[in-house]
Structure formats: C-alpha cells, structure tokens
Design a protein around this ligand. Sequence first.
Ligand SMILES: [Zn+2]
Length: 300
Amino acid sequence: MRIFYDEGYVAAAHQYETTRKSAQIAAAILGGRVPGVTIAEPSAFLGVAERWISVVHDAAYVKALRTGEPEWLAEGNGFDWDPGIWTTARHSTAGVLASVEEAIAQGLSGSLSSGLHHAKPGAGQGYCTVNGLVVAARHAIDLVDGPVVILDVDAHCGGGTAQCLDGVPGVVHLDLSTSSFDEYEPMGDDCLVVVGRTDDDAYLEQLDLMLGRIPREAGLVLVNAGMDPHPGISVGTLAERERRIAAFLSEQEVPTTFVLAGGYLHGITEAQLVDLHLLTVSAFAELGASREGMTSSCAA
Ligand SMILES: [Zn+2]
C-alpha cells in the first residue's frame, strides 16, 4: 500500500500537532514500523490541488492563504501565518488527491494529511486550513460510478465539510463524533451522530450503524481517521474501530483512502500519538495484504 507524504506537509512555521505529526508518522513508516507500506510523494498533483482549492474555497480566503493578508482571515485556522501555510495546504491537498487516484487504481491508499474538516468555503477554523476531504470527494465524483462517501470518525463534527458540500450531488457525508464542536444539520442521506465522550460501547455500536449507511454501490470511501476521541475513548476501542472499518470496506470491495485528521498531545507523548495514528495505517495495510493474498490465490 502506498501512502502519500512529502516535506511540504510540514512547511508551516507554526508548531502544532497538525503541522508536525505527519513527519513523525512518515519516519515511523520509513523505519519499517508497518510492513507492506511505502511512502510516495504527491508532487504531480500540486497543480490540480491548487485548481480544486480555488473551486471549493472563496477567492478572498485563498488569496489570504497565499499572502497572509488580511491577517484575521489568513490565521482563521488558529496558526500564525507564514508562507509555509500555503505550501502545507497545497501539498497536503495534493496528497489526498493522489491517494484518491491511487485508491481507485489499486483499491487502497492513504495520505498523512490532517486539518481538513472544519475548513469552511470562506475561512479556516479549528486547525483546519483547506477542506481536502471536499476537494478529494469532488475530484473523485467524475472518476467513479457510484456515490463518494466521506466517513468522518474524528472526535469533532465536520461542519466545514457540510458547508463546503452544500448542494454538491453524489457525495454522502457520514460523521461519528464525540464532541458537538462544529455541529451542523445533515442533509439528504448524510448522517451525524454525537455519542458520549467516554462511552466506548456506544461508540462502537454507532460505528456499526454508520458503516451500515455506506451505500453498497459506493464508488469510493474517504476515511477521516481522527484519533482525538482518545483519551475519552480508549486506545483498544480505537484499534477496534479501525479493524471494523477496514474489514467492512474490504467486504464491500470499495476503493478506500484515509487521512489522519485530529490527534493531539493531550496527556500522551509524541511517540504515543504516532502509535495511535499507526493503528489506522496498520489496519488498512493488513487489509491490503489480505487483498493481495486473495488476488494471488485466485490467479493460482
Ligand atoms: Zn477533531
């Protein structure tokens, strides 16, 4: 399985988990922590990323991200602006687009992108700069037959995604949260469920119901695999979440890609945060290995 990352993801000068952790996770993968996973650079998708960012986001906001002016708009994501903010937005978005095309071609992929689902058409919010989920979904609509599904299991609600998708056909937005931050009113087949912050059993129960809402004819599933339900939700339950998502999507045989989303140093070390995100990478890598096994046994 190929996962997308390059140094542009961490170009922003502002130091925060969202602007730094992808480098640590990439280093762990390059160090062999997850067998069967390689890192690929998404530079071929920088141009298409810029075009889609300008479609999904308002011109004044994109200009602010490029120039830093006006400051209130350029720093709506919660970070001090520097030119690296725009570099990070472009590279992180290119990575999601690259992983979409890789998933459609190979069945499975991911990008070490994060800071996506609170970004609104006209502004950043909540450590999110550009809504790479919506960019990727809109790019994918023309490449697959069935609906594109955004499965968002970050702790917080994807209100930015809902606003950016308003009126865009062919995308189903399924959102399991443990915090009502950025809550919104779901439309059509979309679904938002906010469960108790510390109720592991209810969390997995609602996850299963959410997975059951994925249309059988889905053409692609994008997983926003936030680890910030922790520490309210246990590490074991988050590991089980990733196993269930990977197993379900394997059964459906739907192209799947994931991004990192939230995950913070709230009472844990950097190494423990890397371990949390590797739960996602490992679950999908094992799924990839089992798919390869299926292919070779069929060929034999
Ligand atoms: Zn979050």
